[in-house]
Design a protein around this ligand. Structure first.
Ligand code: NAG
Ligand code: NAG
Length: 366
């Protein structure tokens, strides 16, 4: 693709596994192209470029700084350990690079505020890497939740997200190292649960949060498994559980006064190759009246939502669209940063509740 005015030129810093997915997404997305990658060592960067068959034109650097110094790079994707986010995202913004940052966005909201301030001061776009938000299925589900006639009022949402990569992961992976990813499972996957809950509640923040007893931590104090309940003043409730110790689960269930919506693959769809994703919804159900009729009427409806592109490609496309608008003299779109911040705020409250021995923690806005 020609590197003209409409093309957003990406650099990637950090060669984590997820970067492979993003390399492909950047090459598939309209108006986006990869021009540079950087790792902590030249050796790692060269290996990453070779393993992933990156085109020759992609410049390969043995440091993160060099990517940020590269005058041709418009935007940087950062799949770095969470503890490094504030330093590198702020530096990227100061070098006038637009920032696509992996989640969780920071160790806490005060760190994240530094990132947002740097982006604002330098007029660059911010977005985090929560891909499922860009899946067209998400928009369709929102329409179902907003249908007061069929769904009624949202009362409760539960999300359970887990995966178990085994003993090697639990001892050696970056995601369980206190100095690199101190939020552990809460940051890596609890993030998704919290975002899904806020999304369902139209981003109305809960007033309080109470972590559930039974948090499992490793020797370094990193959370391997935890849960919490989130509370709203009118009795509305959400619960979630996130874990590195259980079998894979990407579940969301939303209960309304008249309907229910559920899906089991909200973060990574079961099979995007089909070009659609599903969710299930039921409303105003009755049971069979005769003894032999063991059915629900109507049964749960499977909603199939067509998707012309993979969600990560749609994410890069949306980010590039926003960056393109800034390149042509427009202002950065702030709403993505606001949503990331709300998620981080609730995550901080959950962590706080765990640390205070499962006390209720008020969610302080502002
Ligand atoms: C690519 O950018 C151009 C110029 O802004 C725009 O007109 C076009 O719609 C973009 N293409 C896509 C697929 O977003
Ligand atoms: C936020 O996290 C950083 C890094 O762990 C820590 O130094 C700082 O004290 C934390 N700030 C707050 C307000 O908790």
């Amino acid at each position: 693709m020609a590197t003209d005015q409409t093309t957003v030129r990406f650099g990637i810093i950090g060669c984590a596994e997820i970067a492979i997915k993003l390399c492909k997404a950047i090459s598939r997305a309209p108006n986006a192209t990869l021009v540079a990658i950087g790792s902590r060592s030249m050796e790692k960067a060269v290996k990453f470029a070779g393993d992933n068959g990156l085109p020759e034109k992609v410049r390969v650097y043995g440091s993160y700084e060099e990517v940020l110094e590269d005058g041709e790079v418009d935007a940087v994707y950062m799949p770095l350990p969470t503890a490094l986010h504030v330093k590198w995202a702020v530096m990227a913004a100061e070098k006038r690079k637009h920032v696509l940052l992996e989640k969780p966005v920071a160790m806490n909201v005060s760190e994240f505020d530094h990132i947002l301030e740097a982006c604002e001061a330098n007029g660059v776009q911010f977005m985090d890497g929560t891909m499922w938000m860009h899946n067209p299925r998400t928009q369709k589900m929102k329409e179902v939740l907003s249908d007061a006639h069929r769904f009624g009022q949202l009362q409760l949402i539960h999300s359970c997200v887990a995966y178990n990569k085994g003993p090697e992961f639990l001892t050696h992976d970056i995601r369980v190292k206190p100095e690199l990813d101190g939020l552990g499972a809460l940051g890596d996957i609890g993030w998704y649960c919290i975002w899904a809950i806020l999304w369902a509640f139209d981003y109305d923040l809960p007033t309080s949060v109470l972590a559930l007893p039974g948090t499992v931590k490793n020797d370094g104090g990193v959370i391997l498994s935890c849960g919490a309940s989130l509370h709203w003043p009118d009795g509305k409730l959400a619960t979630f559980h996130c874990s590195f110790l259980s079998f894979i689960s990407f579940d969301v269930t939303a209960l309304g006064t008249k309907g229910i919506l559920r899906l089991h693959d909200f973060i990574v769809p079961f099979d995007e190759n089909y070009g659609y994703g599903s969710f299930w919804e039921a409303s105003q159900v009755d049971f069979g009246k005769s003894g032999d009729d063991k059915r629900w009427y109507p049964g749960a409806n499977e909603h199939r939502v067509e998707s012309v592109e993979l969600q990560e490609v749609l994410m890069v496309g949306e980010f590039s669209r926003l960056v393109g608008a800034v390149k042509r003299g427009g202002k950065p779109e702030k709403s993505w940063g606001t949503l990331s911040r709300k998620t981080q705020l609730v995550m901080d409250a959950v962590k706080d509740s765990i640390e205070r021995g499962y006390k209720t923690v008020e969610v302080i806005t502002g």
